[in-house]
Design a protein around this ligand. Structure first.
Ligand code: 1HN
Length: 348
């Protein structure tokens, strides 16, 4: 490996200026910057956003900005390493916390970025995706795949808050991000039948066997089932090994969305786990409990509904602070994207 490549200053000024004037550049002074040896250079900082900090600002937004003036009333979690204005939690993942107040509606649209909602607080909120009405109760995961119509409403009392995760930085970065609007959808499935049809892992509606694979057969994953699955898995997982389940498309067995992956972790009382270091970036959201995270050596104390950013290639160690109760975390990562691009790696 040549560690001493030629620099811009080594070139005659008139030559370099001439290249620039013709909208060209020499590669070698910049080669190491764009293709470092061994590990990518990362601007994403290990980060924690405290729910207790964001929540009051979001409720204030509810007073300051009517839904009609916001379309989506969201406070975005911005990683300072990536520039606040770029609205990136990690290089590929957008995260926002969205507020809807009783009686409000967020209008129908569809777009090229993939999105999910993960419900944090409140009752009576719902999303309509592809004509199916999907309740949003704490811990529920709801898919809004690329190109599917979606709109939100709130039939309960008190604020409803959820976390939005999108592959927006990626889709925007490749100049492919746009939406179209349409009047409100007709609700032709008021009872969230996709969740009923696929309620038991490994047991499918018989017609699924013969059916052309549906890209998105299941749109809502209730937290209750995920929590139960973690509790069961914990009974057969050695202490110190992550109790970790993936959300999948029940017809294909593959990830739910093209670019983003979703999973949930349980930290048993007093447990300390190190996740295998991976090429993918991630966001961790605390569903229940509290503890400590060390992300590439940055120590973060987390509590319920806090959200953390994990850069690509980062080492993650998680400790449950309680010796009595489990902690549960929801994870969004860009592993499906890395796999599709052919460079997903797990290290150590
Ligand atoms: C979007 O469509 C929603 O549908 C939320 O609730 C946040 C952020 C950027 C682009 C589209 C939603 C979004 C978004």
């Amino acid at each position: 490996m040549n560690s001493q490549l030629g620099r811009v200053e080594d070139l005659p000024t008139d030559y370099y200026n001439g290249l620039k004037a013709r909208n060209t550049l020499p590669l070698w002074p910049s080669l190491r910057a764009v293709l470092p040896y061994g590990k990518p250079s990362r601007r994403t900082q290990p980060m924690l956003w405290r729910y207790a900090d964001v929540r009051p600002d979001l409720l204030r937004a509810g007073e300051l900005t009517p839904i009609e003036k916001a379309e989506r009333r969201v406070i975005v979690l911005c990683n300072p390493g990536l520039g606040l204005e770029n609205m990136q939690a990690t290089a590929s993942i957008y995260i926002g916390l969205q507020l809807i107040l009783p009686g409000e509606t967020a209008p129908n649209h569809r777009h090229t970025p993939s999105a999910v909602r993960f419900a944090i607080e409140g009752s009576g909120g719902f999303t309509v995706v592809r004509g199916e009405k999907l309740p949003m109760e704490k811990g529920d995961l709801i898919l809004t795949p690329p190109g599917l119509w979606h709109e939100h409403g709130h039939e309960g009392t008190g604020p409803v808050i959820w976390l939005d995760a999108l592959d927006l930085p990626l889709v925007y970065g490749i100049e492919a991000s746009y939406a179209i609007e349409s009047p409100s959808q007709r609700i032709d499935d008021p009872h969230n039948t996709s969740t009923t049809r696929f309620r038991q892992g490994g047991v499918l509606p018989y017609a699924s066997l013969a059916r052309q694979r549906n890209d998105y057969p299941l749109l809502r994953f209730p937290w209750r089932g995920v929590r139960e699955a973690l509790g069961e898995l914990a009974t057969v997982t050695p202490i110190g090994e992550p109790v970790h389940v993936a959300y999948i498309n029940p017809e294909t067995g593959q990830e739910c969305l093209p670019t983003l992956g979703f999973s949930a972790l349980m930290l048993r009382p007093g447990e300390d786990v190190t996740l295998r270091r991976r090429s993918a970036s991630a966001v961790l959201h605390v569903v229940e409990g509290g503890g400590a995270a060390a992300i590439d050596g940055t120590e973060l104390a987390f509590g319920e509904s806090d959200t953390m950013a994990v850069p690509t290639h980062a080492k993650v160690r998680l400790t449950n602070a309680s010796g009595k109760t489990p902690a549960y975390l929801f994870m969004v990562d860009d592993a499906p994207l890395h796999r599709k691009l052919g460079f997903y790696e797990v290290f150590d």
